[in-house]
Design a protein around this ligand. Structure first.
Ligand SMILES: [Fe+2]
Length: 399
């Protein structure tokens, strides 16, 4: 009995020790993976260590192998070969483990936080506003406070000289509703830029995108979040978010009539199959068409609790499929031109399960990929590779 007791305790201690060691090993592996950083060329400095082989599209051996120490000559060579970003190691005590700026995000963190906070505030105020007249005026004020944010967004996006939106900047956030409003605004403004809009038009478009779904806040959560199939009546209620948004803005005297109509028409389709009025062709406000394209693209590429995101190329195919059905082809063209779907050095998974690194994205939807741990180059535009597709972009932690 006594022996059993001692034996059991030794077993518990040994198991705990093993668990502790295993946790330590796992944690150290996670730390090793995290001690890498993707940096833009301007942040690459002498003495840093390259953490992943760097290839150009034409080379089968790396231009710069993993483990190389950065020199001034190397930086020149990388620039000559149009390498824009590289992954470096961050070793403890190397002097480079201070937080380095990663690839400059499309929106700076301060602006993103200010925007999310204003959107959150606006959503909450609208939700509460149905309870009292006083709440109503607070909410109208909160809606108006979105305007300076939209202005800042437009200023920031027009000041950015980069030709593309790095779409990963817009992903991976928990608060889907708020981030969706922001992403739809950024994408809409980017499409507007691609179409040559002036700042005034971009601001109008940004406001329209920010406010397009506010009518949904007035619909009971049980219907909006219902996991099972909606009844016909429930679907009609959901569809009414378009007119509810219009009415709400009108009641608060927010925006002019064309802004309110653009908000109301974001589910109309140019082929006449949309709702609420079934408008056709040019009768669907152009701004509503842009918001609709951005809305669809963001919804299908976002992480939602019930499914994993679709790859950018599949999302683009889906949006392209809506050309001249839901919105004008010009809008899709501007969206494709503005998105950098697979940035150089991004890690992707192919439909045959192999993983690789994008080494050339001249063909934005069908880039050239080098298969990891090999020198094999797969040109997704070449006839023999046309059956392959990129199924997803891997996160930084995935190898
Ligand atoms: Fe909507």
């Amino acid at each position: 009995m006594c022996f059993d007791f001692v034996f059991q305790n030794i077993l518990i201690i040994l198991t705990a020790r093993m668990f502790y060691d295993l946790t330590k090993i796992l944690r150290s592996q996670v730390e090793v993976i995290r001690l890498k950083r993707l940096v833009e060329m301007k942040n690459l400095k002498d003495g840093m260590t390259i953490a992943a082989d760097i290839y150009t599209s034409s080379d089968r051996v790396p231009l710069v192998p993993k483990g190389s120490v950065v020199t001034a000559d190397m930086i020149e060579t990388l620039k000559l070969n149009e390498i824009h970003r590289v992954t470096i190691e961050i070793k403890e005590g190397s002097g480079y483990n201070e937080p380095l700026p990663i690839v400059q995000p499309y929106l700076n963190e301060q602006l993103r936080e200010a925007a999310i906070s204003s959107i959150r505030n606006m959503f909450a105020a609208i939700k509460e506003s149905v309870l009292s007249e006083e709440g109503m005026s607070t909410a109208f004020q909160a809606v108006k406070e979105i305007d300076p944010i939209v202005e800042e967004l437009v200023d920031s996006l027009t000041a950015d000289t980069r030709p593309y939106i790095h779409i990963l900047d817009l992903k991976s956030y928990d608060e889907y509703t708020y981030h969706h409003s922001l992403s739809v605004s950024v994408l809409s403004i980017a499409i507007g830029q691609g179409l040559g809009f002036n700042e005034e038009k971009l601001r109008f478009l940004g406001r329209c995108a920010m406010l397009h779904d506010i009518g949904k806040i007035l619909i009971p959560n049980e219907i909006i979040n219902k996991p099972s199939r909606l009844t016909v009546q429930e679907y009609e209620i959901i569809k009414s978010h378009t007119i509810r948004g219009y009415d709400y803005l009108k009641r608060g005297n927010i925006g002019d009539e064309s802004l309110r109509l653009s908000v109301m028409c974001h589910h109309e389709k140019v082929d006449g199959s949309g709702y609420l009025l079934g408008l056709k062709g040019d009768k669907v406000p152009f701004m509503s068409q842009i918001v609709s394209a951005a809305d669809i693209y963001d919804a299908i590429t976002s992480y939602r609790s019930y499914r994993t995101p679709i790859s950018p190329a599949v999302a683009i195919e889906t949006v392209m499929g809506q050309s001249n059905v839901a919105f004008s082809y010009d809008i899709v063209k501007a969206l494709i031109e503005k998105l950098e779907l697979y940035p150089i050095n991004s890690r992707v998974e192919l439909s045959d399960g192999r993983r690789g690194l994008v080494v050339d994205n001249t063909s934005s939807m069908r880039p050239i990929v080098r298969i990891v741990n090999t020198t094999e180059i797969v040109d997704l535009m070449s006839p023999k590779s046309l059956s392959l597709v990129i199924t997803r972009i891997l996160s930084e932690e995935e190898e």
